[in-house]
Design a protein around this ligand. Structure first.
Ligand code: PLP
Length: 367
């Protein structure tokens, strides 16, 4: 039968008419940059996160991180704590801002290990980037407490966690500033690259807008050295169609996760640990298995697609290994687990039968 890891075409078929109309309107009006769709998305996404929030659409989630960090004006060469297990964009934003990386290990839920954060803070530490990895919120109560105690800025990297909640509050509403990616495969995805920066601090969002819009809030006004990073109107129009569906899709992901937990409860697989204050949005369902590559091959032979997130912990990648801009400190979990992590099919595209097929095949594997 075969089970797809992701099926964006299936999702399009549900939205076809709305998407086609939205795109046709953009083409007819030729308002390709800026305009109503962008404004509408920024407003509705900000209020989706929390009331009294502000959002800026940017070109992608990597730019969002880079611009958000720039707007915080951290001292050059100061240190930023980031997880060792995350997508490279989190790390790139630090180095591209003239700051140094300090890698922090991950806990059993794959978000930042709180004890390890505390042991890595020194007088050069300026900020923490909390990544809500795989859709699971980081421990924001503890992270905000540590940040307050040591006067650190907190950036939330919410690229995998649109709509996830910590203690009933959506992620993106905890730190000084938060970033989102709408890369097509994310829980809320555009039809190309897109991203956003969110904050309750209006001045900070205006600062980001200046950076992203050539150094000024108005055309041909250049107050600072800026750059170009915009959410374009076609992507905004698609995101405006999709945003109202996000909660129902996240709900379906939770149902799939529940089926996996039930189906694997007697298996030897290590299932993701859950913090009870969290509502995950299950961007990925990641298990651990000692003979991961053999299991992966077995599933592939039966048409079940899987993924690796990520095949290499960042401290091991050439760009970050033994580099002046990395104060590499030991992250044993991230290093040990990189060879064990396996992402199973996850998404609202999955039928109950497909989920059962995955469970059955995984359990049939005699590894
Ligand atoms: C996808 C992702 C990003 C980068 O987003 P792009 O839109 O692809 O630039 C950043 N951080 C994390 C954790 C991500 O998963």
């Amino acid at each position: 039968m075969g089970v797809k890891f992701l099926d964006l075409y299936k999702q399009y078929l549900v939205l076809q008419q709305e998407i086609n109309e939205a795109l046709q309107n953009i083409i007819t009006s030729s308002a390709f940059i800026g305009g109503e769709e962008v404004k509408k998305f920024e407003e509705s996404f900000a209020s989706f996160i929390s009331k009294d929030m502000y959002a800026l659409g940017v070109a992608n989630g990597t730019d969002a991180l880079e611009i958000a960090l720039e707007a915080l004006h951290l001292p050059q060469n100061s240190e930023v704590l980031i997880p060792a297990n995350t997508f490279a964009a989190t790390a790139e934003a630090v180095v591209r801002n003239g700051l140094r990386i300090v890698f922090v290990d991950c806990g059993a839920d794959y978000t930042l290990d709180i004890d390890d954060i505390e042991s890595k803070i020194n007088h050069n530490t300026a900020a923490i980037i909390a990544v809500h990895l795989y859709g699971q919120p980081a421990a924001m109560d503890k992270i905000m407490g540590i940040a307050q105690e040591h006067s650190l800025k907190v950036i939330e990297d919410c690229a995998q966690a649109h709509g996830a909640e910590f203690e009933g509050k959506r992620v993106g509403g905890f730190g000084d500033i938060a970033t989102f990616s709408f890369y097509p495969g994310k829980n809320l995805g555009a039809y190309g690259d897109a991203g956003a920066i969110v904050s309750s601090n209006k001045m900070l969002i205006e600062q980001c807008k200046q950076i992203a819009h050539h150094g000024g809030l108005k055309k041909y006004e250049h107050h600072i050295i800026g750059r170009n990073s915009r959410l374009d109107a076609m992507q905004a129009a698609i995101l405006n169609v999709k945003l109202p569906y996000l909660q129902q899709w996240n709900k379906r992901r939770n149902e799939v996760a529940k089926m996996y937990y039930k189906g694997f409860k007697d298996s030897a697989l290590i299932l993701p640990a859950l913090k009870k204050q969290c509502l995950s949005v299950w961007h990925l369902f990641v298990i651990r298995c000692k003979k991961r590559d053999l299991l992966r091959d077995f599933l592939a032979q039966h048409g079940i697609e899987t993924g690796l997130h990520y095949p290499f912990a960042l401290p091991q990648c050439p760009a970050y290994y033994d580099k002046i801009y990395v104060r590499y400190t030991h992250t044993p979990h991230a290093l040990a687990w990189q060879d064990e992590l396996l992402s199973l099919p996850m998404g609202e595209h999955l039928s109950d039968e497909e989920v059962q097929e995955v469970i059955q095949k995984v359990c049939a594997w005699k590894g």
